[in-house]
Design a binder for this molecule. Sequence first.
Ligand code: FES
Ligand SMILES: [Fe+2]
Length: 390
Amino acid sequence: MNKVLSLIRSAVNSIRLLLDGPRESILPRKFYIDDSIFELEKKRIFNKLWLFIGLTNELPVSGCWIIKKVIHKEILIIRDGDTYHAHENVCPHKNMRLRSEKSGKGPLVCRYHAWSFKPDGSLAKIPDFDKSYMLTDRQLERACLTSFHIKKIGNFLFVCMDPKPISIETQFDAKIIRSLKLLSHRLTPEFGCFFETRGFNWKLNFENLRDALHPAVLHASTLAKEVDFSAQYVQLKPLQQALRRLDLVEASSLSKDGEHKTEKRGHLINLIDPSFGEGYYNWLLFPNFHMATPDGGRSYSIEVHNPLSPSQTEVSHFVIFSKPNNLDDVFLDEIVEHRLRGLRPVMGEDYEACEEIQVALQHTNREQNIGAYEHYNINIATMYRRLIGR
Ligand code: FES
Ligand SMILES: [Fe+2]
């Protein structure tokens, strides 16, 4: 029965695509500014799918925990030996925030009435239980943390808040999962990170990242000096322009998007061996994870976009590295610093462009007027509309 329904749905979708004719915008303007769309995204994307939540590098020893956010919900990630758990950061007694620091180590004890919890989220102890609480069995059943599914792929941790999650392989294909595992083997434990809140809709930067023609122009004085993106200007074959129904798994990609300019090779070239062939690679994982290596896998930058409202996005940035040929801690700190500083101008150019679009979107009546080279963005947007039911 389900199969028949899905066939009918797919046929209706294909007819709709045909009737729509050539697409002139990725998404209508309201999808970037409307609160009701944001609510649907929250419910049907961010509370349903697997989301990158952090790196194991952030939890170096057993008993460590960190707090992350999905939209406005705080998630507590705790390491117990080699097992990782994810819980809502809310005490099941009177809904106190369980931890208010960003990270820490040690037992999970609420600072309001000292209920304590085991790493798996179950109740450890209620002080004065017999004297003062007299909880019923039903209440005791509810005296544990709300837990979420968590998966570790190499150094990458993913969380799914749906009680019945889809398999992670339905969301990310085998090639992507394998690449994350493979590159993790060579990573150093050191990492750098910073956070910022920017004034654009979370989707805008991902559309920008899939816009193959922007780097040579927007990044002409930064990234494009080191990486040659000219291969992106290929003549599109008719088949590539076809609008088609994407499965969720096709909305995430791993691609090689540029070649190093030989006279401008990065500073890590002689210090660290590449994990992939030389070149600029991008991992774009639907919905909100982007990782790039400009140097064949010597160093990686990660950006995760957490939407706070239709026009505000909290961005977490990480930089990670493959092990240098000569390991030296002081030297690694310098590399982390250098790479974090190097990221700023390129990200700044992208984010400023997205912010300027966002400002215009609030006031203009115009819709986009895009070209066929954005077929991937269009196909992903169609799949996204299916997900949120709009
Ligand atoms: S609210 Fe946490 S122990 Fe009371
Ligand atoms: Fe860019």
